[in-house]
Design a protein around this ligand. Structure first.
Ligand SMILES: O=C(O)c1cc(=O)[nH]c(=O)n1[C@@H]1O[C@H](COP(=O)(O)O)[C@@H](O)[C@H]1O
Length: 251
């Protein structure tokens, strides 16, 4: 596994989060019991939990509540649809009181603006803190050849920057990006633009299907606001020990 070198040209904005609190563990399982066990084991040693399509589709909003309890939640449903539908889905998602929600930047400006408005209105109506609304740029499982295959103009980094600028112009708080793009994104979008970063692989873990990866320490050093980490923790024989090892590397 190769690791890109990274030197931040613009520092990350102030999130008030310690390095360990920046770790969100991906609960990629259909099983409520397994998700609940991971939360019970890891609570306190990481910043929060990410629930994606797998657990949400299998267990629904009540299952998410049961698994995650009051822990900080990144609801990763990556909405991508017409503006009216995405706005409605986000208003519904807000009932789970997520700290972070996401949509695909490639949904376009009208969809992104509708998403911003829906999250703002729902936060006011529900009298809860507004979550970070972030946009997925180019999935970390894709490389230049994959972009070409779907007719998107590469290289990957240019497409990520194009979509990040669009998201920022439409009022979103930040993007999901691969660790390889942290430095150029900080330079292009500034210190306060939130960078939520999957594709994190400690030197001792396998890349799997992730193509654009970096170690947790290097990603934090480069300026990531949140690290999304799944299999290096959840696939470990002892997930709590793996989380502690990563925290040690960040300290
Ligand atoms: O939005 C995401 O969280 C996401 C975006 C992306 O470009 N790549 C990506 O891997 N993810 C998510 O991040 C998590 C990464 O998990 P691991 O590869 O197991 O660490 C998965 O839950 C993915 O759905």
């Amino acid at each position: 596994m190769s690791q890109a070198s990274a030197t931040a040209s613009t520092p990350a904005g102030e999130t008030g989060l310690s390095p360990t609190e920046r770790i969100f563990v991906a609960l990629d399982t259909q099983e409520l019991e397994r998700a609940g066990q991971l939360v019970a084991t890891l609570r306190g040693s990481v910043g929060g939990f990410k629930v994606g399509k797998e657990l949400f589709t299998a267990q629904g909003p009540d299952g998410v509540r049961a698994a995650v309890g009051g822990e900080p939640l990144f609801l990763d449903l990556k909405f991508h649809d017409i503006p009216n539908t995405v706005a409605g889905a986000l208003r519904a998602a807000m009932h789970l009181r997520p700290r972070v929600v996401n949509v695909h930047a490639s949904g376009g400006p009208a969809m992104l603006k509708a998403a911003v408005e829906a999250v703002r209105e729902a936060s006011e109506d529900l009298e809860c803190e507004r979550p970070w609304l972030i946009a997925v740029t180019v999935l970390t499982s894709l490389d230049d050849a994959d972009l070409a295959a779907v007719g998107q103009e590469g290289p990957t980094e240019s497409q990520v920057l194009r979509l990040a600028r669009l998201a920022q112009d439409c009022g979103l708080d930040g993007v999901v990006c691969s660790p390889r793009e942290i430095v150029p994104l900080r330079a292009a979008c500034g210190a306060d633009f939130r960078l939520v970063v999957p594709g994190i692989r400690p030197a001792w873990s396998a890349s799997g299907d992730q193509k654009r990866v970096m170690t947790p320490a290097r990603a934090i050093e480069a300026g990531a606001d949140l690290l999304v980490i799944g299999r290096p923790i959840t696939g470990a024989e002892d997930p709590a020990a793996a989380a502690r090892r990563i925290a040690g590397e960040l300290a």
